[in-house]
Design a protein around this ligand. Structure first.
Ligand SMILES: Cc1cc2nc3c(=O)[nH]c(=O)nc-3n(C[C@H](O)[C@H](O)[C@H](O)COP(=O)(O)OP(=O)(O)OC[C@H]3O[C@@H](n4cnc5c(N)ncnc54)[C@H](O)[C@@H]3O)c2cc1C
Length: 545
C-alpha cells in the first residue's frame, strides 16, 4: 500500500483498497475504455468524502494531483466511472434511505442506494420515482442523478432532474453545501459568504449574468439533452436560484453528491399496454407524430426493429411465444398508458387504438398485468444482444445515445440504416422512439485494428447525422469520456468556453473526474480502448477483507 493510501486508511472509517483485484475491477466500467486507478475508497459517511476531498485539494495546492472519480455501480457506458486517481465507491456503505415522508412522497437517500431497491420500497408506499434507467436493478441513485438518467417513461414524466429537489454536495476543497431552490434574499445571503461556497455563488451568478445570450445556445429541440452542463435551469426569471440542476447530469465533475432529496409520483400498478407492428418508416413516423399530439400522452412509446427481433429470436425464441412469429415486422411498437381505470383511460385507449388501426399492421391491447409482463419481456430483448457473444464480436456501446426531434425520426432511421449498410454491419435498434431516442450497439471485435478504426468512423458519421437533424449527441446517458471530443461539434466555441469557466469555478485544480466533459481528444480515447469488451461484470463489487 502506498504512503498516501496508508495515510487515508488511517484517517477514514471506510476501507481503502489497493489490491490488484480491486484495481483490476475498477479499471473498467460498462464502457469500452479502461484506466487503472491508484486506489479505491469505500466511504462510510460524508465525513470520509470530505476528508478525501480536503486531502487531494491540499496536495493539489502543492502541485501534486490525485483525481477523484465518484462511482455508484459502474454501469456507465461512457467511461465516466473510471479514472487514474481515487475511485470513491458509494454502493458499499452509503446506501440507505435516510428519510421518507409518506404524505408528501419526498425522500432523502444516500447516493449508493440501488435504484431498483428504492423503487420497490416506494411501491410499498404507493409511490414511484420516474426515470428509472433500464440498468436500474444494477445501478445507484447517485449514478442516475450524476448522469441525469431517464427511462421509458420520459415522454410522460420527464427526466430525473425534475425529481431532484435538493442535494448535499462535497465540494472539491472538502466543504459541504446544501442545494435547493432559493429566493433572491436567500441568494444574497449565499453571495455574502466568505467560504468557497460563497465564492462559487458569486462567480456562477456573475457568469450567468454576463453570458445570458450564450446560454440559450445550449437549448436543443429534443425532449432530453444531457450534452455539456445544464445552465438554463439555475436562474429563473423570478430571480430564484438553484445549483441542483447544474450538479444533476454533471457526472461528478463539479462536486461529489453525498445525499439526494427526491420528489416521487403516485404509483399506478394498473397500466394499459398496446403492442403494434408496422412495416415501414413512413408509417412509424406518422404513428409517433400522432401519439405525440395527444393531450394525455402515453407514458412510454417504445420500439424494437426487425433486425433485433431476428437476432434475439435466434438466441432465445421462447419470449416470442404467443406474441410474434416469423416473418417479423420491420418495427414493433409498445405503447403504455399510465392512467387510472376510468372513463379517461377508455377515451385515451380508444384514441390510441384508432391511430394504430389506421397506420399499423397489427394492434393488440392488453390490460392484464401478467400478459403485459410477457410483452415487456419482448420489448427487453435488447438485453440478449448485449449479453450474447457472437464469436469474438460484442455489442459495444459507442453510438447509441443520440436523440433527434421526434418529427425527424424517419430521416434519422433512414440515415442510420445507410451508415450501417456502408460498413456492412447489421444495426439492431431499440429505444424510446416517442422521444426521438434510438439505441444501438454494433457488434465489433475491439481487439481487431480494423474494427477499432470502424468505431471512430461510425461515431463520426453518427454524430454528423444527428447534428444535421438538430439533435443531441447525449440524451439518455451522458457525455463521459466517449462523447467529450465531439461536444465542440455540437456547441459553438462561446458556449464551450462558458462550460469551461463553470468547471473552473467549482474545480480550479481539475481534481473531480478529469477527462469527463473536458480534456479528452479522439487520440486519448484510442489510447484507453480496452482489448476486449463484455457486460458480464455487471454486478456490485463490495469491499473484501
Ligand atoms: C445495459 C445498460 C442499460 C442502460 N440503460 C440506461 C437507461 O435506460 N437510461 C439511462 O439514463 N442510462 C442507462 N444506462 C447508463 C447507466 O447505467 C445509468 O446512467 C445509471 O444510472 C448509472 O448508475 P451507476 O450507479 O452505475 O453509476 P456509475 O456508472 O458508477 O457512475 C455514473 C456517473 O455518475 C458519477 N457519480 C456516481 N456517483 C456519484 C456521486 N455520489 N457524486 C457525483 N457523481 C457520481 C460517476 O462519476 C459517473 O460519472 C444503461 C447502462 C447499461 C450498461
Amino acid at each position: 500500500m502506498s504512503k498516501v493510501a496508508h495515510y487515508l486508511q488511517e484517517h477514514l472509517l471506510g476501507e481503502v483498497m489497493t489490491s490488484t483485484d480491486a484495481i483490476d475491477y475498477f479499471s473498467t466500467d460498462n464502457s469500452i475504455f479502461s484506466i487503472r486507478p491508484l486506489m479505491v475508497i469505500y466511504p462510510r459517511n460524508e465525513n470520509d468524502i470530505r476528508k478525501t476531498a480536503r486531502f487531494t485539494w491540499q496536495l493539489a495546492e502543492r502541485g501534486k494531483m490525485i483525481p477523484i472519480t465518484a462511482r455508484g455501480s459502474g454501469t456507465d457506458q461512457t467511461g465516466a466511472a473510471i479514472g487514474n486517481g481515487i475511485i470513491l465507491v458509494f454502493s458499499a456503505h452509503m446506501n440507505r434511505i435516510l428519510e421518507f415522508d409518506s404524505k408528501s412522497g419526498v425522500s432523502n437517500v444516500e447516493p449508493g442506494i440501488n435504484f431498483g431497491k428504492l423503487q420497490q420500497t416506494l411501491h410499498t408506499h404507493g409511490r414511484f420515482l420516474p426515470s428509472m434507467p433500464s440498468s436500474g436493478e444494477y445501478s445507484t441513485i447517485g449514478g442516475a442523478v450524476a448522469n441525469n438518467a431517464s427511462g421509458s417513461d420520459l415522454i410522460k414524466y420527464g427526466e430525473l432532474k425534475k425529481y431532484v429537489t435538493g442535494l448535499r454536495v462535497v465540494l472539491a476543497n472538502g466543504e459541504v453545501i446544501e442545494t435547493g431552490r432559493m429566493n433572491k434574499k436567500e441568494l444574497n445571503r449565499k453571495l455574502g459568504l466568505t467560504s468557497f461556497e460563497g465564492e462559487i455563488y458569486r462567480q456562477v451568478d456573475t457568469l450567468l449574468e454576463e453570458e445570458t445570450k450564450v446560454l440559450g445556445q445550449s437549448q436543443v429541440d429534443v425532449l432530453k439533452n444531457n450534452a455539456g452542463f445544464n445552465l438554463i435551469d439555475i436562474k429563473r426569471k423570478d430571480g430564484s436560484f438553484d445549483l441542483t440542476p447544474l450538479f444533476v447530469g454533471s457526472q461528478g465533475t463539479l462536486g461529489i453528491i453525498s445525499e439526494v432529496i427526491l420528489n416521487t409520483e403516485f404509483y399506478n400498478p394498473e397500466t394499459t399496454l398496446l403492442m403494434a407492428t408496422c412495416d415501414n418508416i413512413d408509417q412509424l413516423q406518422i404513428i409517433v407524430t400522432e401519439l405525440n399530439k395527444l393531450s394525455d400522452l402515453p407514458s412510454a412509446i417504445e420500439i424494437i426493429d426487425g433486425n433485433l427481433l431476428r437476432e434475439a429470436y435466434a438466441i432465445n425464441g421462447s419470449v416470442f411465444k404467443g406474441l410474434l412469429e416469423a416473418p417479423f415486422p420491420t418495427f414493433c411498437l409498445f405503447i403504455e398508458l399510465d392512467l387510472p381505470r376510468d372513463r379517461l383511460l377508455k377515451k385515451v385507449t380508444k384514441k390510441v387504438t384508432k391511430i394504430l388501426e389506421k397506420y399499423a399492421t397489427t394492434v393488440k391491447v392488453e390490460y392484464e398485468s401478467s400478459q403485459q409482463d410477457k410483452i415487456w419481456k419482448l420489448r427487453d430483448i435488447s438485453s440478449y444482444l448485449l449479453s450474447h457473444n457472437q464469436g469474438v464480436n460484442r455489442a459495444i456501446p459507442i453510438i447509441g445515445d443520440g436523440a433527434v426531434p421526434y418529427l425527424k425520426l424517419g430521416e434519422f432511421l433512414i440515415g442510420l440504416y445507410k451508415i450501417f449498410e456502408k460498413t456492412q454491419l447489421v444495426p439492431s435498434l431499440w429505444g424510446h422512439v416517442g422521444a426521438g431516442i434510438i439505441h444501438l450497439q454494433p457488434r465489433l471485435d475491439i481487439n481487431q485494428v480494423g474494427d477499432r478504426q470502424k468505431i471512430f468512423k461510425l461515431m463520426e458519421e453518427y454524430y454528423a447525422l444527428i447534428l444535421s437533424l438538430g439533435g443531441t449527441i447525449s440524451s439518455e446517458s451522458n457525455d463521459g469520456r466517449l462523447r467529450t471530443p465531439y461536444l465542440s461539434s455540437m456547441y459553438n466555441s462561446e458556449l464551450m468556453t462558458v462550460f469551461e469557466k463553470m468547471k473552473m469555478i467549482f474545480d480550479p485544480y481539475n481534481i473531480l473526474n478529469p477527462g469527463v466533459k473536458f480534456g479528452t481528444s479522439i487520440d486519448d480515447l484510442k489510447s484507453i480502448l480496452r482489448q476486449s469488451y463484455s457486460i458480464d461484470r455487471l454486478f456490485e463489487h463490495l469491499p473484501r477483507n
